[in-house]
Design a protein around this ligand. Structure first.
Ligand SMILES: Nc1ncnc2c1ncn2[C@@H]1O[C@H](COP(=O)(O)OP(=O)(O)OP(=O)(O)O)[C@@H](O)[C@H]1O
Length: 238
């Protein structure tokens, strides 16, 4: 579904992403783990058209999307969330979701209908008239996810959607993402909550210092010595 060929992103003298090539297959959940500063978010930015210095080729559904803008890529079906929710603080929860929907539908009433359906699916209907300032971290993350879903993505990029959540919220989000995948949406997720990665992901890729150091099933990756040394650590060293 998504194919990256030799994608690089350079910031001055720093190569944040270094000639990365990989695929995301249709309807899979692909996880991406790795230490802070490895280049994971920068790679997401390159996929979404949000990294000005990106080079290499990004293809989506067999089409070269490298020259396309962020909004064109979104309209083709690539949706994303940000590590720190990028909410419109002066709009209500429902209006925030409608903004996402308006990239698909031309009028307010259709956007409102989409927002209602998504609030139902994500169980935040009672928050529709609230402003983001009163939401908990978990609710803000859910709103961020709702707005991305409102763009009706085929491929959803999730940047640490579990970050800062309580244990029970992580469990709920895992169940929710399974439901989202069942609706035919492919998911590529950056995540540090390893229990969620293990229970959700078909495959996991591991990034370190701008490159991929391992790919495989969650159990293959968790047992990989290079991954243990670079990221996971050993229980006896804790
Ligand atoms: N706009 C920018 N300008 C300069 N350097 C940047 C910029 N964005 C990211 N970097 C640098 O690029 C490297 C990769 O950052 P990135 O945010 O992609 O890492 P990450 O793997 O997502 O980390 P984390 O898990 O902490 O979110 C880091 O060294 C970071 O400081």
């Amino acid at each position: 579904m998504l194919k990256c060929d030799s994608v690089s992103v350079v910031f001055g003298g720093l190569t944040a992403v270094n000639k990365v090539s990989f695929n995301v297959d249709e309807n899979e959940i692909l996880g991406m783990i790795g230490p802070n500063g490895a280049g994971k978010t920068t790679l997401f930015n390159a996929i979404c058209g949000d990294a000005k210095s990106a080079t290499g080729k990004v293809s989506f559904e067999d089409r070269d999307i490298t020259p396309l803008t962020t909004d064109s890529r979104c309209r083709l079906g690539i949706g994303r969330t940000f590590q720190i929710p990028q909410l419109f603080e002066t709009l209500t929860v429902k209006e925030n979701i409608m903004i996402g929907a308006l990239c698909r539908v031309p009028n307010i009433s259709s956007a409102s209908e989409i927002a209602e359906k998504i609030m139902e699916l994500l169980e935040i209907k009672d928050l529709g008239a609230h402003y983001p300032a009163v939401l908990t971290i978990g609710q803000r993350k859910r709103l961020e996810l709702s707005r991305a879903l409102a763009t009706q993505p085929k491929l959803l990029l999730l940047d640490e959607i579990m970050g800062g959540l309580h244990y029970n919220e992580v469990e709920e989000t895992v169940a929710l993402l399974k439901r989202i995948r069942e609706q035919g949406i492919t998911i590529f997720m950056i995540e540090h909550v390893i229990s969620a990665v293990v229970s959700l992901c078909d495959r996991v890729t591991v990034m370190n210092r701008g490159g991929f150091i391992a790919q495989g099933t969650p159990s293959e990756v968790m047992e990989n010595n290079e991954v243990i040394n670079a990221y996971l650590g050993r229980a006896e060293d804790a």
